[in-house]
Design a protein around this ligand. Sequence first.
Ligand code: PMP
Length: 440
Amino acid sequence: MSHMMHRNLRQTPPVAVSAQGMLVRDSEGKTYIDACGGAAVSSLGHGHPDILSAMHRQIDRNAYAHTAFFTTDVAEELADRLIAGAPDGLSQVYLVSGGSEAMETAMKLARQYFVETGQTQRTKFISRRQSYHGNTLGALAVGGNEWRRRPFAPLLIDVARVAPCYEYRDRLPDQTQDQYTSALLKELDEQIHASGPQNIIAFVAEPVVGATGGAIPPTPGYFRGVRSLCDRYGILFIADEVMCGMGRTGTMYSIEQDGVSPDIVTIAKGLGAGYQPIGAVLAQRALVDQLRKGSGAFQHGHTYIGHPVAAAAALAVQKVIERDDLLAAVRLRGESLRRMLQAEFGSHPNVGDIRGRGLLMALELVKERDSKQPFDPARKLHASVKTKAMANGLMVYPMGGTIDGVHGDHILLAPPFIATEADLSEIVSRLSDSIAAALD
Ligand code: PMP
């Protein structure tokens, strides 16, 4: 019996003993193709020699330096690189240890900005019902995942919510895509008024929804509309790119594809690509300048911010992405994966939707394709697909949840950027067997 508290408290998962490239091997000698990068983390696959040697070098030079005393060349160079590729105006970087910490940091930075400008009445956030922003109390409060929130609900700050941009389920048959998008923006405008525009700190959203529904991209123009509403009322826009950022969707930041610049962006997962726990917050210079001019300090901090080994790993990841032209690879392989999924599942009676951006793709499983009727939640189909996939030597990320009273079973695919066509084809074939076995 393991003394570790695993996610499933009744079951000990296989013991991972080694990993290389697309493959993870367990203590029984069984190998698994990593088709989801864990949770969209391992973007360069496992055991990448360049990242390992960058980490070794940094450990030998200086494994730790507290940011109250020092900065490091690796942290500075990483920040420079992140900014060089970021949407307009994002010019300040704060390094943390993961996605939830990045979200807490973003929320506090946004709040402190308004305190510094004398707008202390701004205390509210607006987010979307289909969202996941992390498991710490602040991030959990803005997230819309009801199952994760339920036991902790009395401890969470009150957050206003609007509908997600979830075209597959929510666009009405007689609505054009533009009409659907306008209706969503009208709802956001109304929610802003219901909360009082002068009381809102920020609107928070994932440019491509990840862990609560899987790889759901926005409709064209949605985020341009969000940006202009935020501008109209002086509200900040926080883009949570923890899952969809760092090249996962074919551009370094997914929001680039929507043509807008957020005030604050959070990243993690692909930033360290799993080699080290690291996240970051990018902010517009004007925000941070306000703090500089005012109290002169950001009232925040964690022991491991700017960790040099984590920064060295993330910097090496950035260099490999550039040297090996991996953003282009993501776009190319993303299209291949979409084609293969369409060919395999395009007319499958239980696959309602195939969607995503770049190498962040998902299937939504339904009982009946035409009516989009979901499976009974008690069946936990997403979880059985994962179990069958593991038996078939395949790692895929399962998600089940209820949005607006409708249950969803989703399978997320986020293969490493180094995946070949042959890898993708093997992934789709094993996934097909696993879905068939789960439905049996
Ligand atoms: N935001 C998003 C969009 C995420 O997908 C996640 C993790 N699934 C988080 C925040 C939280 O990140 P972490 O698990 O590193 O705390």
